[in-house]
Design a protein around this ligand. Sequence first.
Ligand code: ADP
Length: 475
Amino acid sequence: MEIFHISAECYPMAKVGGLADVVGALPKYQNKEGHQVRVIVPCYDTKFYSQNQFECVHTGTVKLGNFKFPFNVLKETTDQLGYELYLIEIKELFDRPNIYGYEDDIERFLSFQIAGLDWISQRNSIPDIINCHDHHTGIIPFMVKYAYKYEKLRSVRTVITIHNGLYQGWFGFDKLHYLPEFDLMHVGFLEWNNSLNSLAVGVKCAHAVTTVSPSYLNEINIFSNGLESLFNSVRYKSKGILNGIDIEVWNPSKDEMINENYDLSTFVTGKQKNKEKLCEQFELDPSKPLFSFIGRLFEEKGGDLLPQAAALALSENFENINILILGSGNTEIESQLIQLRNDYNGNYNVFIGYNEELAHLIYAGSDFILMPSRVEPCGLNQMYALRYGTVPIVRRTGGLQDTVIDFGDNGNGICHDQASVGDICYSINRAVKLYPDKAHFNKIIEKGMETDHSWERVCKEYIEIYNLIIQQNEV
Ligand code: ADP
């Protein structure tokens, strides 16, 4: 089967969060299964881009209303990723340090989608599947079906995978003329609540919709920032598929970013050495249980609860615990977290920013990872933590609910129900009591490390959906 993944992020080329990890791994495993898989992402000014070689395989111009953007399609030449990676180079729009957050994001990602389809449609072979990811690529299923210039692609089946349904890529109908000409009879597919909603367009027009966990599929029917009724109406073509993790990248026995490699038989000493390194770096005491958080500091992740929860947990257990936070996001939350350093010096520290290496060391050297998320479509942190022998403390929601079971039910982690300071502290206190019981604690760790979250299994579920929609007659 010939498959294209098209996405705003792909690790290691460009990463903000879990979307990158998924698009950087799923194609590799689909390729291993014998499919021909290509990934298309925008060409940002990232470290990966500057350190690797690319050849130009196509040149064109995107017309966006009166704007014209020349573009190149660049192929990564070393083939080190396990799939073919193509970058859409539109210098004016993407040659910038950040991936998102610009005033012209709508123009940027529309141009990206059009350039991607222009290139795909002039190739000799027509793909079987285009798997779009999140709202940045949500207009593709519409264009494949209805834009006159992509007539050649009408047989292609499209899938939209929802990694985060809160962000939807809205824009006004004043920008409708940016889209390539299409049969106006179908303009209704573009509309949601009087605006053009990229995610809604993708969900309406794709042949299949997937979410990154089964529980998240249930949740978006109840809460998805205005798209609830839409998600309900497309249940017939939707499936929740729990993400896998790239066990080659996330492997404590081989990980070059950590201080000491270890596996199931050596985790006690291995983790302690990583913890010592981490504690030395952040002036913490390695004899105490270390609770960490890694992620975007936003309400969605429960980031707003962290400063108060950390302060309360530290004051209740001052002599007994360490807390370490790695993240960035809301500046108010960031400054509250920085402020806490003054009160709990020696038991608490924070690194504001994005740091891939440090994240690996934290997974390896921590005892517990905190995930107090309000919304968690899948969540990868808890799966990395489990693989690295770090016990996840999670709020039961989305993918966290699908992957972490409370140790009271013979599971692999600690769970609570509410996104509240009280619930987080209650879980931390349970962890503090569990920690000295090494036999029990190590059993829980072993259970986590043994869990199979590899992509092999997950990959088959995607292929099943692709096969299903390929066999269907056009709807
Ligand atoms: P989301 O995509 O919603 O941010 P996920 O749990 O799906 O959350 O994925 C988060 C990914 O981003 C993980 O690989 C995590 O390690 C990484 N990550 C998040 N914040 C940081 C950070 N500040 N530094 C390094 N890695 C981070």
